[in-house]
Design a binder for this molecule. Structure first.
Ligand code: 9RB
Ligand code: ZN
Length: 378
């Protein structure tokens, strides 16, 4: 078993500029300029920890390339691609569409390198060069819809990789799991009427985008039943997420029997993240990943390809991502979570009734997924 890893310094050069966290700076209105919350630091430190821990030496490093226009246009409208390109050409950059998604000067090429990095991993998995893999990319992708960027996202990297896998690699059934703290609305919208792509999003209820990601958003037309949402209440942690994995994500994957599992690996549901109010720890990500790796082994030759999404704590994101990547690789490193003692009590938090209620609601929708016999098992 080999784990692929994609990283490129250009990912850190995507310039989100000065902001007051997530708000555009506006001194006239008393909004003091500071660094944008989606800045390189958490990802740089994640990459450095992967290196320093020794894990990098265990990985198959794969060089990303830029996604082509053809590849972008399988998901996005020509107008959106052109918009990102023209914003990126501006000397000061611009915005991807919602006023909260900075496009730095030159970010068009970097966003194409992010989407292309995921494509490179999917290619390597299809060829059997790797079993699973992780693309530590910026900018993120899961909020971007066909025709607009939003929530810091320019192009929907995972959707582009999914369409690539279907169109050129013969991987017809794709499951997209998204455990970023925010709703994977862009990915859901792109595949909402498509029964060949199952989207499953676990997220903090009504966090971002507003009023998005409710359980009743369950797919439409031919895709009815093929979008699942688990809008977990604020304050959900280890027990709630593990329960959702056992009751919703894994049973849904088993019914769907994908040829490939893609994961939007946002780690911003960790307890230290400034952009959500969930309570996961590195141990939580390790255990959730273990369940997904087992499902991928059972269903699709282990093919599990992950893209980085959110994760804004510069000091804790790296340990969540390392735990995830250790679990993909099936090894541990000499680095253990130095915050483990601080967060030890959090994994003991019991499942609460209001958390269980939404998980049960989502679990009741799993049988709407047409059951497919596994034909690709090893
Ligand atoms: C603002 C709004 C947000 C809020 C959260 C994110 C998280 C992204 C992420 C992005 C943009 C709204 C400032 C709505 O981590 N995704 O995985 N912007 N939120 N209105 N206003 C004024
Ligand atoms: Zn997020």
């Amino acid at each position: 078993m080999t784990t692929g890893y994609v990283f490129h310094p250009e990912y850190l050069w995507h310039d989100t500029g000065t902001s007051a966290g997530l708000l555009p700076a506006n001194p006239t209105a008393g909004v003091q300029p500071a660094v944008h919350i989606e800045n390189p630091e958490a990802k740089r430190r994640t990459h450095e920890l992967i290196h320093v821990s020794g894990l990098l030496g265990e990985l198959t490093v794969i060089e990303p390339r830029r996604a082509t226009m053809t590849e972008l246009l399988r998901v996005h409208t020509p107008a959106h691609v052109q918009h990102i390109r023209t914003q990126s050409d501006l000397r000061q950059g611009g915005d991807a569409g919602d006023g909260f998604s900075p496009v730095g000067h030159g970010s068009y090429d970097i966003a194409r390198l992010a989407a292309g990095g995921l494509i490179a991993l999917v290619n390597a998995a299809a060829q059997g060069d790797i079993t699973n893999g992780y693309a530590l990319t910026r900018p993120p992708g899961h909020h971007a819809t066909a025709d607009t960027g939003m929530g810091f996202c320019l192009f929907n990297n995972i959707a582009i990789a999914a369409r690539h896998a279907q169109t050129t690699l013969g991987l017809t059934r794709i499951a997209i799991v998204d455990w970023d703290a925010h709703h994977g609305n862009g990915t859901q919208a792109i595949f909402y009427t498509d029964p060949t792509v199952l989207t499953i999003s676990l997220h903090q209820a009504n966090c971002f985008p507003p009023d998005s990601g409710w359980t009743h958003e369950n797919g439409a037309a031919d895709g009815a039943g093929y979008a699942l949402n688990v809008p977990l209440p604020p304050g959900s942690g280890h027990a709630a997420y593990l329960h959702a994995m056992h009751q919703v994500v894994i049973p849904a994957l088993d019914r769907f029997a994908p040829d490939l599992i893609l994961l939007a690996n946002g780690v911003d549901a960790n307890v230290f993240d400034p952009m959500a109010r969930q309570m996961l720890t590195a141990t939580s990500y390790r255990e959730m990943t273990s369940l997904l790796v087992d499902a991928a082994d059972r269903l699709c030759h282990g093919r599990l390809i992950a893209a980085h999404e959110g994760g804004y704590s510069p000091f804790y994101t790296p340990y969540c991502a390392l735990a995830f990547l250790e679990e993909l690789t099936g090894t541990t490193t000499r680095v253990t979570d130095p915050y483990a003692a601080v967060v030890a009590g959090y994994t003991a938090e019991p499942l609460r009734a209001h958390q269980q209620a939404v998980i049960d609601e989502a679990a009741h929708l799993v049988p709407r997924i047409g059951k497919r016999e596994i034909t690709t098992a090893p």
